[in-house]
Design a protein around this ligand. Structure first.
Ligand SMILES: Nc1ncnc2c1ncn2[C@@H]1O[C@H](COP(=O)(O)OP(=O)(O)OP(=O)(O)O)[C@@H](O)[C@H]1O
Ligand SMILES: [Mg+2]
Length: 509
């Protein structure tokens, strides 16, 4: 039998090792393995109370006879069994003759494993129970040894608390970093936050947004590139009861397929080569807030299955981890793909699609709400001018010219065009002359094409080019007849002046 002095030294050694680590799993491992290795314990176990589930002790470390964390006694409600009573009463329970002690009921297990001593100690901080430390030994321990174990349990409590605080700080730092990069990206986009527009098409989407924002429903934003999906996701978060929580974005298109899981769910230290540190995933970072799954249509099929599981069970495990973590994040997903078609083509899981498509919001393309262009232009000019400065104005001709274009890049393209124009414009008024030629590259070339040639029925030119060449000829002819008067030429062609100007620019007339 070890002398108490030897025990003191052993516990001191274990204590030192556990105090050095700030990783909770390391600390717990040091404690349980230390008790088994240095104190000849047959088994040592630690149960912890999780902050999100305060009524239950969960097995967090186990060494000796069993190292499994999911076997018997993995979950013990506080107050039940010996372990639960130690936590409830915050009083140690020790016996050096368990077979004769009526407080211990599992006699068969104790006898089979030759257990003589059981010692259980509450792990506690000033104001709460952190968990329970228990050790089972095949020899009787002395009073003095049990006292030392009690002191050791108090030290272990401090080490566990430190590791928890450290983990919390790490999570917060990571969250702040994530939010910071997000904010920086935002600021890079000129700090625009408001959704601008009064068209009926946008109104429908705004109505839907206002109705779903206060709920917990999953929202799927669908729209072409540049239609404001990200803007809507942010507005949704801001208008939800979770606005004080984090808004975390994941760009599903930008993560390497091999890292999707670790990015979303995090990983434990050593989960795979290169996992040198524990990593908190985006789901955990979004706890209490909103998780924005951008470009969800680009998520690889394998990752889709894992995402589905988390959405169904509201629980996740870090890669290489054993603990399940409750997920409390509102999900907003966005895509410019036709997910229903992707489901048909087996590129997207139908079950995930139905999980996400709870409340779809369709964002209209800019060409379906051209009446918003003057408002958008004014808003962009105000943002570009910066605080205090007088914004430049976009004149009516320029607005009409902008309204005639089809905007494949939608609001983002409009913004870029206006930003460039405001830099190029020599005065405070932006006119048609300051705007670039707004034409799809495929039709731009026809300006030079020979109209007569292309218009011949036998010509081998593609239909689109021939039609364009014909149109160019018509516009040129009208302008000639109107002697350069644009309003008159537009009247002759029975079109608007804006369209005429657009075509003139397109065909370089
Ligand atoms: N209704 C709007 N009012 C004001 N600005 C808008 C509006 N819609 C979009 N924008 C602006 O247009 C730009 C593109 O919007 P956003 O990034 O939200 O588009 P998206 O749909 O996510 O595009 P993508 O599919 O390419 O990622 C942003 O700068 C955004 O602020
Ligand atoms: Mg986007």
């Amino acid at each position: 039998m070890k002398a108490a002095a030897g025990l003191e030294a052993t516990l001191g050694r274990v204590g030192l090792r556990m105090a050095r680590s700030l990783d909770l799993d390391d600390v717990l491992g040091e404690i349980t393995r230390g008790l088994v290795r240095d104190l000849e314990a047959a088994m040592a176990r630690i149960w912890l109370v999780r902050p999100d589930d305060p009524g239950v002790l969960r097995l967090a470390a186990s060494a000796g006879l069993s190292e499994r964390l999911d076997g018997s006694h993995a979950r013990v409600p506080i107050g039940s069994l010996k372990i639960g009573q130690i936590a409830a009463t915050r009083t140690p329970v020790c016996s050096t003759d368990v077979l004769d002690d009526p407080r211990f009921t599992d006699k068969a297990w104790l006898r089979d494993n030759g257990i003589v001593t059981c010692a259980g100690y509450p792990l506690e901080s000033d104001d709460e129970v952190l968990g329970v430390l228990a050790m089972f030994a095949r020899r009787p321990l002395t009073e003095l040894e049990l006292d030392w174990l009690g002191i050791f349990a108090a030290q272990a409590s401090v080490a566990i608390q430190n590791a928890r605080l450290f983990a919390e700080v790490t999570t917060l730092t990571r969250r702040l970093e994530a939010e910071n990069t997000y904010l920086k990206e935002e600021l890079g986009e000129a700090g625009r936050t408001g959704i601008v527009g009064r068209s009926a098409a946008l109104g429908l989407a705004l109505d839907a947004l206002a109705r779903v924002a206060p709920t917990r429903s999953t929202v799927l934003l669908h729209g072409e590139t540049g239609t404001g999906k990200e803007l809507f996701a942010r507005a949704l978060h801001e208008q939800s009861p979770r606005r004080a929580g984090p808004l975390v974005r994941v760009n599903c298109a930008a993560i390497a397929p091999a890292l999707v899981e670790s990015e979303l769910f995090g990983h434990e230290k050593g989960a795979f080569t290169g996992a040198v540190q524990r990593r908190i995933g985006r789901f955990e970072l979004a706890q209490g807030g909103t998780l924005f799954l951008d470009e969800i249509g680009e998520l690889p099929l394998e990752a889709q299955a894992k995402l589905l599981r988390v959405l169904q069970e509201h629980e996740l495990e870090r890669v290489g981890g054993t603990q399940s973590i409750r997920v409390d994040a509102r999900i907003v997903a966005a895509t410019n793909r036709d997910l229903a078609a992707d489901v048909k083509a087996s590129r997207f899981r139908s079950d995930l699609f139905f999980r996400l498509n709870v409340f779809p919001i369709e964002l209209p393309p800019l060409r379906d709400r051209r009446e918003d262009i003057p408002l958008l232009a004014a808003a962009f000019m105000a943002a570009l001018a910066g605080r205090g400065a007088t914004p430049k104005t976009v004149d009516d001709d320029a607005l009409a010219y902008l309204a005639a274009y089809d905007w494949p890049g939608n609001v983002r393209e409009l913004h870029n065009v206006l930003e460039r124009a405001s830099i190029l414009a020599r005065t405070d008024r932006i006119g048609v002359g300051d705007l670039p030629e707004l034409a799809a590259p495929a039709t731009a070339d026809v300006a030079e094409a020979d109209a007569d040639d292309a218009a011949k029925p036998a010509s081998s030119a593609p239909l689109r080019e021939r039609v364009s060449a014909y149109e160019r000829a018509l516009v040129a002819e009208a302008l000639e007849r109107a002697e350069g008067n644009q309003s008159e030429a537009a009247r002759l062609l029975r079109t608007s002046r804006a369209t005429l100007q657009y075509k003139m620019k397109l065909y370089r007339l």
